[in-house]
Design a protein around this ligand. Structure first.
Ligand code: ZN
Length: 488
């Protein structure tokens, strides 16, 4: 076991170097560094992959298994799965995919810019072909989609996703009812906001909710993300634009991811047990701090007075008015700009389409038509162009097929976990309004963050909430919030 630990620590160091260089690429690297950086990253990831999948490592994993108990057994379970996934796909296929992804990305950028789906269709078709091959090689019991979704959310299946989205269709009615009402005027939130004020205020917020700035920092990046290479060094990014809530909720979202990473127990730092257990659970934590905490009335009753100090333009508003504005529901074409209520309808569209293409129920050439029909059915709007329709997301060009449901799983889980938290702690709005975030963070740390990757995602959900993932807490919570907001 000692020898295996040491080898895993080498691999961890290589991956940490890559991760830090990727973070730097998005934040501070001068444009001239791009070529060398991609060379360095390619070589580092090749070294890590070779070391991890070498006969020697696989032998050490197998030899360590007999008699392993406690943390060792958990670690062996995690690395066995990682090794299985890393060795199941032949190098030629992995290389073919990464070459195709590089071409596909260029083509996708161009197609989106020129609204030319046809120019991208044949490459996308090849990407789906590769996804089908991956699924066959990885194996599944029911359908191809299962093999791909499992890469992002261990144990989750297309059937789980289907049940989830079927339940979420209940939201369609509420979205349509709100669309009948006069549109909320939130133009006051757009302007030429001071960047230093946004930086200071968002840092003040993430510190206030419990993100530890001694073990992390916040910088800017074109597309916000969170990364980290130890519990002692977690990096948040945000962006400052003309829509003020963009940076505020972007920062709270990434801080949710960040606090999950900072919560790894010290004894597991730099080991395969560190970090979040799955994409869905990670997203549940970012959404918790962004939406359940950040987009609540209590939060703004607490923070609005200080916020008006940073942004005097808003001082004519009340906390409650600001709360209403940042929870505006608007049917829009773009997923990343969607509000909490319509967000899942965007995700559902993508899930249905990618699973249909994967199983041959839909041809890639008919994708735009299928996309527009679903937007009409679920959101009541039809995109005017493919650029704001089926060409908007980067995922498929990267070959990340099977990824989308984890966004909605995160939303559902955030409410399901929150219901349990309120059961234990009492009215969360009282705590939030008083600015008392330690009991909330403490509860999440104890139940989720300190578990890191020890349990399988489904087992963790069961342990924390006493039931498997479901939509009822989510639909109840969201229905109540938006019916009150819109007086329906
Ligand atoms: Zn996220």
């Amino acid at each position: 076991m000692e020898e295996l630990r040491s080898r895993l620590a080498d691999i961890n160091a290589l991956r940490a170097a890559s991760s830090m260089m990727e973070w730097d690429q998005q934040t501070y690297m001068p444009p001239g560094g791009a070529e060398a950086r991609s060379e360095h990253l390619g070589r580092l990831s090749k070294l890590a992959h070779e070391l991890f999948t070498s006969d020697e490592t696989l032998r050490l994993i197998e030899e360590s298994k007999p008699g392993a108990a406690g943390d060792d057994a958990d670690m062996l379970r995690v690395v066995s799965r990682d090794a299985y996934l890393a060795t199941k796909l032949p190098t030629e296929l992995v290389e073919e995919k990464s070459r195709l992804a590089a071409v596909a990305h260029e083509e996708w950028v161009k197609a989106r810019k020129e609204n030319d789906f046809k120019g991208f269709a044949s490459t996308l078709e090849r990407m789906f072909d590769i996804a089908r091959q991956e699924a066959e090689l990885l194996g599944y019991t029911k359908e191809r989609y299962d093999a791909l979704l499992d890469l992002y959310e261990e144990g989750a299946t297309a059937a789980d996703a289907r049940v989830m989205f079927e339940a979420l269709k209940e939201q369609v009615e509420l979205v349509h009812a709100i669309a009948e009402l006069p549109e909320v005027d939130d133009s006051i939130l757009y302007g030429n906001w001071s960047i230093p004020a946004q930086k200071e205020f968002t840092e003040f917020l993430v510190k206030s909710i419990g993100f530890d700035m001694q073990r992390g920092r916040q910088d800017t990046a074109p597309h916000p993300f969170c990364s980290g290479w130890s519990r002692g060094d977690v990096r948040l990014t945000t962006r400052y634009g003309s829509y003020l809530p963009g940076s505020i909720f972007g920062s709270l979202h990434e801080a949710g991811h960040g606090m999950y990473e900072q919560g790894t127990p010290a004894k597991w730092d730099l080991t395969p047990l560190a970090g979040g257990v799955s994409l869905g659970l990670h997203e549940s934590q970012s959404r918790t701090w962004e939406n359940l905490v950040g987009r609540s009335l209590g939060f703004w009753e607490h923070f609005f007075p200080s916020m008006a100090g940073y942004f005097p333009e808003l001082s004519g508003l009340t906390a409650k008015e600001f709360y209403r504005l940042v929870n505006k529901v608007k049917r829009s074409f773009i997923r990343t700009e969607a509000d909490e209520l319509t967000y899942n309808l965007h995700v559902m569209t993508r899930f249905e389409i990618e699973s249909d293409i994967l199983d041959g129920r839909l041809a890639v050439k008919d994708l735009p038509e299928a996309w527009n029909a679903k937007y009409q059915a679920y959101l009541g709007i039809t995109p005017e162009t493919d650029s704001v329709g089926c060409l908007q997301d980067v995922h498929w060009s990267m070959g990340s097929i099977g990824y989308f449901p984890t966004y909605s799983m995160g939303n559902l889980l955030s409410y399901q976990i929150w219901a349990k938290l309120e059961n234990d702690l009492g009215d969360s709005q009282e705590l939030i309004q008083a600015g008392r975030f330690e009991p909330i963070l403490g509860w999440l740390q104890e139940k989720i963050y300190t578990k890191a990757r020890q349990l399988k995602p489904k087992d963790l959900v069961l342990e924390v909430t006493g039931k498997p993932m479901g939509a009822e807490d989510y639909l109840r919570g969201l229905g109540k919030k938006y019916r009150e907001l819109y007086e329906l």
